[in-house]
Design a protein around this ligand. Structure first.
Ligand SMILES: Nc1ncnc2c1ncn2[C@@H]1O[C@H](COP(=O)(O)OP(=O)(O)OP(=O)(O)O)[C@@H](O)[C@H]1O
Length: 755
């Protein structure tokens, strides 16, 4: 049902139309630049309010300009020919002529939906769907799906097969790109699903879950702009490497307002490392840890063992356990978090101690000789003994201090976690200065929730100010870049620095977007949260995310079979039940767009042989190569890698190659490869710019490469705490070629004859 029109006049027609679209884009850019420059020229004049209004306009123009600049590549990618004769062009944004004649429809608009959804079975008024394949600003080729006849097939229909296969076969760059021109019908249905509720998207490797999650975020922001602009959208991924891998997709879709965070960054101000020990991560991830943290907080509200003598300016007062208990009960009854309820606790006891002091002084000075209560209250409040005693009973506390003490002081841990075994307690113990890990983040968040603000204003305001300054600088830089031509003409080029402009623009909080504010505010309630690789989340991580979106509007994408974290999910039902019960819907993606059939099938056979039930998506294409299997003698892994690498690199012809192995092998592999390939070798997360990447299976999660070499695959099978996720993940990363080098035997199922 695909036809490629050869008629040169068709191509010529499209070239002219597309040139017209770019012309309009350039006009709009020039217009916005002129408006921005005019605002800047008049900037310093007028009242504070005038300046604020101009700032608001400047921000609006800058945002629009940034969007217009971001959509240049593949501005338009499709055309629909409709029954009524209309020819509707579909592109990254909507464009109209000056007198509002529509030139191109935004891919997220309802009128563009049929571009992705129409099939030969259900034409939805579409006669022909045309894909435009651009290089730079020029139309290189066109490819048509003709839908105005019925064609029955059993296979799932691929739309724009030529354009799709061209995209799938293109070399990987180490950064994900958008799929807006070739979204398939089953993906589109998910992208355009309603905003409310929790939607789970389950799909095997390479089915486009990440792509769908990102396009859905862009779609929701477009369709529910008002609501989501003020509340913000949060996108959570497994690691910083993953966030770097996907970070260009949303800007390329014209959206910059999404907060992207890895699991280690979910608590503003804390940068956490990976939790190395899976058993420790598993214990920290249990839902029952919420109770442990709650007990740890309650244990910081203590009763003295007996009456305590306090010296206030030479007068001896007594603080009794009973008094403390009464004050504690009242403070707890306020229902406020620890640090805020402490205010009540302290107020009650200071009042009682001041009364005691008044009575004692009046007694000793004789009746009728009244003392000034205000002075006495101040004496009591500032007395060292009183401060120490009240702090011992109810210490103001930061989340970091609470959790650090909990894990580094054995007595505190035992008191707070009576349900844990000695072995589990041992797993949690750590030194006070150990770095924070991803598994600590939900515990810190839980603590922050129960403790409340230490000083309700300080921390957040500083963070906001810092964030504001960063944004002002970035805005100023882009404003200067965008108006370069104008500045040159006016002779101002080079005179104005981004810092000057940022200072000039600083107008307080008003200019921060919701996303800026949300990124630094732990208590921010997002309008929607998208979670990728969601199978890895522990119950405590889910608990944290649920707090960040009280409306429970979630898009959850992942693959249960790829779970490698010991704290991760074994079923969506089990993972979500504590938080949303049955109120979630499941969608499945069934086509593998990444991995060639021969490789995907070997991965599935391996998983099945290891006892893992995996959904086996149908691969869209055959590859050129079946997996290469090299069995070598002991000590032969790296020599064989060095021997085979030239052939693999040659075959990939400049493509991206990853060597995946367990952590303990990585230094040796890196050393050996760097000796031969020097700067071409990058490591793990930071290495995606290089064409040879050496990485662990964990860091490769969610990423893809043209070629993959796995060293000692059986090790990846056993390392993942009894789960086969890691080897399954590693085997499904390549888009072209897979090689397995093994000294300890090839895991069952991989060679075809065993199947
Ligand atoms: N409709 C499409 N058009 C073009 N490319 C697509 C399409 N759908 C998916 N792809 C490509 O397929 C590859 C796999 O997609 P993606 O990474 O989103 O899959 P995934 O399901 O998240 O995989 P995994 O779970 O294995 O990490 C990517 O290169 C993506 O760009």
């Amino acid at each position: 049902m695909s036809e490629t029109p050869s008629a040169p006049n068709e191509l010529e027609h499209e070239r002219q139309y597309v040139a017209g679209l770019y012309h309009r884009l350039d006009e709009l850019r020039a217009e916005k630049m002129e408006q921005l420059a005019a605002i800047r020229r008049s900037h310093s004049a007028g009242s504070h309010q005038n300046r604020s209004e101009r700032d608001a306009f400047a921000t609006m123009y800058e945002d629009r300009l940034a969007q217009l600049n971001a959509v240049d590549e593949r501005l338009v990618f499709g055309r629909l020919d409709l029954d009524d004769g209309e020819k509707r062009y579909i592109g990254r944004i909507g464009l109209s002529t000056e007198d509002l004649q529509r030139l191109m429809v935004d891919w997220r608009a309802p009128e563009a939906g049929t571009f992705y959804q129409a099939t030969a079975f259900e034409r939805q008024g579409v006669r022909r769907r045309r894909h435009l394949i651009l290089k730079g600003r020029n139309v290189q080729a066109i490819e048509d799906d003709v839908l105005d006849y019925t064609m029955l097939e059993d296979e799932p229909e691929l739309q724009g097969e030529g354009a799709l296969l061209a995209a799938l076969n293109s070399k990987r760059t180490g950064q994900m790109s958008d799929i807006v021109g070739t979204i398939q019908a089953e993906q589109d249905r998910i992208i355009r699903a309603p905003l409310s509720g929790t939607l789970v998207v389950q799909g095997g490797p390479g089915t486009g879950k990440t792509a769908v999650a990102l396009h859905r975020a862009a779609y929701l922001l477009y369709t529910h702009r008002e609501r989501l602009k003020s509340a913000g959208v949060l996108l959570v991924g497994p690691s910083n490497a993953f966030i770097r891998y996907i970070e260009r997709v949303l800007p390329s879709l014209g959206e910059t307002g999404v907060v992207m965070s890895s699991l280690g960054q979910l608590m503003p101000g804390i940068t956490a490392t990976h939790e190395e020990d899976p058993a420790t991560a598993e214990v920290k991830g249990r839902l029952s840890m919420a109770k442990v943290v709650a007990r740890a907080v309650a244990n910081r509200q203590r009763l003295p063992i007996g009456p305590r003598k306090l010296n206030v300016e030479g007068t001896i007062l007594t603080l009794t356990p009973r008094q403390v208990q009464r004050a504690r009960d009242k403070a707890r009854a306020t229902g406020k978090p620890h640090n805020e309820a402490r205010v009540t606790f302290v107020k009650i006891l200071l009042r009682e101690l001041t009364e005691q002091m008044t009575e004692q002084l009046e007694e000793s000075a004789g009746a009728g000789n009244s003392t000034d209560r205000a002075y006495l209250a101040e004496d009591v409040r500032s007395a060292r003994d009183v401060r120490v005693a009240l702090n011992l009973c109810w210490m103001p506390m930061t989340p970091e201090k609470l959790i650090s003490d909990l894990f580094s002081k054995p007595g505190q841990l035992e008191a707070a976690a009576p349900e844990l075994t000695d072995r589990e307690l041992g797993l949690l113990r750590r030194s006070a200065d150990a770095p924070w890990t991803e598994a600590d983040v939900p515990l810190l968040d839980e603590a922050a929730e129960l403790l409340g603000e230490l000083d309700a204003s300080a921390g957040r305001e500083n963070a906001l100010r810092e964030e504001q300054r960063k944004r002002d600088l970035a805005n100023a830089e882009s404003a200067i870049a965008n108006t370069e031509g104008f500045l040159e003409d006016s002779g101002a080029h080079g005179i104005l620095s981004a810092e000057d402009l940022a200072d000039h623009n600083a107008v307080g909080e008003a200019r921060l977007t919701a996303a800026d504010r949300a990124a630094v505010d732990r208590t921010w309630a997002f309008g929607h949260i998208v979670v990728d690789e969601a199978q890895e989340l522990s119950a405590m991580q889910w608990r944290l995310l649920m707090r960040r979106c009280p409306l429970k509007s979630f898009t959850v994408v992942g693959d249960i079979a790829q779970t490698s974290s010991a704290a991760g999910a074994s079923s969506w039902q089990a993972a979500l039940d504590p938080f949303v019960g049955e109120r979630w819907t499941l969608e499945e993606l069934t086509v593998n767009y990444r991995t060639p059939a021969q490789i995907a099938e070997a991965a599935v056979r391996m998983a099945n042989a290891a006892g893992l039930v995996v959904s086996a998506p149908k691969a869209v294409r055959e590859g050129r190569w079946a997996p290469f299997i090299d069995e070598v003698p002991d000590g032969g892994l790296v020599p064989r890698l060095l021997q085979t690498l030239p052939e693999d690199l040659d075959a990939l012809d400049g493509g991206l190659l990853a060597v995946i192995a367990e952590d303990h092998r990585l230094p040796e592999v890196r050393r050996a490869l760097t000796e031969v390939y020097g700067q071409r070798v990058g490591s793990g997360a930071g290495g995606l710019e290089q064409d040879i990447v050496v990485t662990s299976p964990r860091e490769a999660k969610g990423l893809e490469f043209d070629g993959v070499v796995i060293l000692e695959p059986s090790e990846l099978l056993t390392a993942a705490a009894g789960k086969v996720g890691d080897l399954y993940v590693a085997m499904t990363r390549p888009t072209q070629r897979l090689r397995l080098i093994a000294a300890e035997g090839i895991p069952a199922g991989i060679p075809e004859e065993e199947s």
